[in-house]
Design a protein around this ligand. Structure first.
Ligand code: ATP
Length: 287
C-alpha cells in the first residue's frame, strides 16, 4: 500500500516576537499562509518494523534527524505501531530557507500515516502531536491561512488572502533560525500591526495587505546577510506590490497582482539568483 501527499511551503505575511519565555522559546504572533511550492512525500507500508527515509537532496539527513522520520517515530511510540514505513521525499522546497520545508514534510507524514496505519486521529490531534516535532508543524498539518501564537503551535484559522502571484527568491545561503533569534534584541523591536493585517485579509483588501507586511526578524537577517536585503530592494525596483522576508530568511517573497509584472520580476531576479519561483497562494485549508 502506497500514499502520495503534497507538502507545501508556507510564507509569513506577519511575524512578530513579543518576548523571550522562561523555557527559552520566543512568544510569537505570526500570520502564515501556504503557497503552491511543495515537496512530494510517498509513504509505502512496510511489514518490517522500521522507518526508512529516502531524500532527493543529498544534504538533508535521511536518519532520525529528518523531521519526517521523527513524525513517524512519534506515531509509532504513541500508538504502539509494529509496522514500518518507507518515506520517500522529493524536495522542491529549498532547505533552511524560511519556508518550513522540513516542518511541512513532517506534517504530511503525520497526515499520510494516519491513513496508512489506520489510526483514525482527528486533524486537531495530529496538529497537537506535530507541536512535539517543531513549532511550525501544527500549522503545516492544517495548511491554509492562520494566526499562529504561543511558540507558533496555537493555530486560529482565518480567511485566505485574495489570490495573487508570489515570487520567491532565495540567495545561495542557508540561515539558521536559532542564530537569527540569538541576535534579535527583543526590547528594540518595532512591532507590525497584526490586527490590521487580519482586518486587511478579512476584507480582502489586497493593497492594505501589501502595506501591512511586517517581519521583526528581517532587520536581524539583513544585518548578518546583506545579500538578502539586496534581493528585497531588487523586487521593489522591479515593481512588486509588497515584499517581505519569510520566517528567519533568507527567502524573500513578493506579492504581485498582475501576471505580466510577475513574469517581469521573475525574469529580472533570475539574473541575480538561481532559486527563484513564481507560484500562486494556496491559502485554503486541506481539511
Ligand atoms: P522554518 O521556516 O520552519 O524555520 P526552514 O525552511 O528554515 O524552516 P528547513 O528547510 O525546514 O528550514 O530545514 C531546516 C533544517 O532541518 C536543516 O538543517 C535540515 O537539514 C533539517 N531537516 C530535517 N528534516 C528535513 C526535511 N524533511 N526537509 C528539509 N530539511 C530537513
Amino acid at each position: 500500500m502506497k500514499i502520495s501527499i503534497k507538502a507545501p511551503a508556507k510564507i509569513n505575511l506577519s511575524l512578530d516576537v513579543l518576548h523571550k519565555r522562561e523555557d527559552g522559546f520566543h512568544e510569537v504572533e505570526m500570520i502564515m499562509t501556504t503557497v503552491d511550492l511543495a515537496d512530494r512525500i510517498e509513504l509505502t507500508l512496510l511489514e518490517e518494523n522500521r522507518i526508512i527515509v529516502d531524500v532527493s537532496e543529498g544534504f538533508v539527513p535521511n536518519d532520525s534527524r529528518n523531521l519526517a522520520y521523527q513524525a513517524a517515530q512519534l506515531l509509532k511510540d504513541r500508538y504502539q505501531i509494529n509496522k514500518g514505513v518507507h518515506i520517500s521525499i522529493k524536495k522542491n522546497i529549498p532547505v533552511s530557507a524560511g519556508l518550513a520545508g522540513g516542518s511541512s514534510d513532517a506534517a504530511a507524514t503525520l497526515r499520510g500515516l494516519n491513513k496508512l496505519w489506520s489510526l483514525h486521529l482527528s486533524i486537531d490531534e495530529l496538529a497537537t502531536l506535530g507541536a512535539h516535532i517543531g513549532s511550525d508543524v501544527s500549522f503545516c498539518v492544517y495548511g491554509g491561512t492562520a494566526l499562529a501564537t504561543g511558540r507558533g503551535e496555537r493555530i486560529e484559522h482565518i480567511t485566505p488572502p485574495p489570490p495573487c502571484w508570489i515570487i520567491l527568491a532565495k540567495p545561495p545561503i542557508g540561515v539558521s533560525t536559532a542564530e537569527i533569534y540569538r541576535n534579535l534584541k527583543v526590547d528594540q523591536i518595532e512591532h507590525p500591526d497584526i490586527n490590521e493585517m487580519i482586518s486587511a485579509i478579512n476584507s480582502s483588501d489586497y493593497e492594505k495587505i501589501c502595506k501591512q507586511l511586517g517581519n521583526v526578524l528581517e532587520s536581524v537577517t539583513f544585518k548578518l546577510y546583506p545579500e538578502v536585503q539586496r534581493i528585497k530592494e531588487q523586487m521593489i525596483r522591479f515593481g512588486a506590490d509588497g515584499v517581505l522576508m519569510s520566517g528567519s530568511g533568507p527567502t524573500v517573497f513578493a506579492l504581485v497582482k498582475h501576471e505580466s509584472r510577475a513574469a517581469r520580476i521573475y525574469n529580472g531576479l533570475r539574473g541575480f539568483c538561481n532559486d527563484v519561483y513564481a507560484v500562486r497562494l494556496l491559502g485554503e485549508r486541506y481539511y
